[in-house]
Design a binder for this molecule. Sequence first.
Ligand code: MCA
Ligand code: AMP
Length: 502
Amino acid sequence: MPNYLYQRLVAPREQSDTTFLILEDNTTLSYREFCERANQIANQLIASGVEPGDRVAAQVNKSWHGLALYLATIKAGGVFLPLNNAYTSREIEYFLGNAEPRLLICDPAAVESLESITHSTNVELFTLNQAGTGSLSSAADACPIEFETVARDKDDLAAILYTSGTTGRSKGAMLTHHNLWTNAEVLAKAWQFTDHDILLHALPVFHTHGLFVATNTSMVAGGSMIFLPAFHIDSMIEQLSAATSMMGVPTFYTRLLDDQRFTGELVKHMRLFVSGSAPLLAETHVEFEQRTGHRILERYGMTETSMNTSNPYKGDRRAGTVGPPLPGIEVRIMSADNSQPLAANKIGTVQVRGPNVFKGYWKMPEKTAEEFTDDGFFITGDLGKLSEDHYLTIVGRDKDLIISGGYNIYPKEIELLLDAIDGVRESAVIGVPHPDFGEGVVAILTGNSLPSDDQIRAMMKNEIAKFKQPKKFFHLDQLPRNSMGKVQKNILRQQYADCFQP
Ligand code: MCA
Ligand code: AMP
């Protein structure tokens, strides 16, 4: 039995001298060079005791070496567990305790804060920095460039990606080899990716968008990627002229539009711009087309499902919609209690079923059962409607979730922290319109002797990642509640709707 994902994703090109990655300094790496490095790392993973099904956790800055670690983990039969590099050591402690990985690979600068955690959880620690040096690289340097890929089947796990939950506890979404392969194949076909494509890649690679949607799709097609360390407007403007396609969160598009150097002339050779992870405002869609002549292709997915729907490559890309279901994927709209299918254009909960849908939450069978219907549909927690011709529009969320710059933030996690602070009686965390991030996090606090905003910021610093921390605090005597005693966040969202407006 071969390795299901590797066999389909890269094996046909493992000896190819075709360019896979173009780095910011314009150096290039072929598929062969990339696979050889992955082989060296895979040899080291095996030497460190990684066995089929073992988790390999990575909290590293974006680099091609980190991407080779992803492929190496797959080849070695492991389960890749990428972690946002903004997470604090307190957050990492939870993931290590829950996922029990064999190894953690981190940036050398994080060793001091993570060492005691890895020690107590019995996780072996390696380092890898953005330049590609560190203890993992030194060890891999000494390993052979050949590796006998470990056999894995279609339903074996390839990755676990943590996604926060409405209770404040993160859940590990278990994605199989087949989940990842099928979605990459469907997307490459739907978006007509070929080996002539050069994708401008400025997304982080610890989430579905940058790791699977962008990277796996490019790999399946045999295309190349201009692999930037992060989104920086100057490098984007510089590199766009060499790209054929780009994927981004809406903030990428609004930042590009805010720059006068971003013109139709600069991108007239491009064939595709894809947006996702958060709603793209219809006005951004319109402004983008006016400026460049290109219509952004918006699609919709989740960590648990990868991509579910997409506007068409050829055909009507409708602003404000996320398009029809992708081939092989079923999408239906159900009544609020998830029992009755609704007619076209009626708003209800969005449910999906297909080979893309994950296997369940790691070590949380009850949570998994709660989020699937008896007939195998996954309840996304999004609210939407389907048009007569099956275009999906996401109109809101049934879950209390904020999406800021493409990152998901669950208010409960922040409220639990705020409520534990001396002097805070209670808190409500909401998302309101933000000109750059789409939604910005705001905390409303009650209490008679509240600490200052700066004191609260200082208390949160080591607890949760910076992007989750409220950007503004407001004080009220009481939170608005309905007759059932539930905090009326819709009233708060209206009240503070303009707080980020210039
Ligand atoms: C950075 N900050 C943020 C965010 N990013 N705050 C809220 N939301 C954010 N997304 C903080 C920084 O810590 C900093 O704080 C301040 O905001 C300004 O940072 P700045 O330098 O302007 O930000 P940046 O470094 O340029 O990052 C913005 C970004 C980045 C480029 C939009 O957040 C990003 O790459 N987002 C993409 C996320 C993504 O890939 N999501 C896909 C998830 P201070 O100044 O106070 O220190 S996968 C998914 O959702 C599904 C499956 C799907 O459908 O794709
Ligand atoms: P995550 O679990 O981090 O992958 O985020 C998934 C959530 O992002 C979905 O459940 C949606 O709420 C949201 N999302 C992703 N793509 C879109 C989109 N194009 N439009 C609106 N919401 C989106």
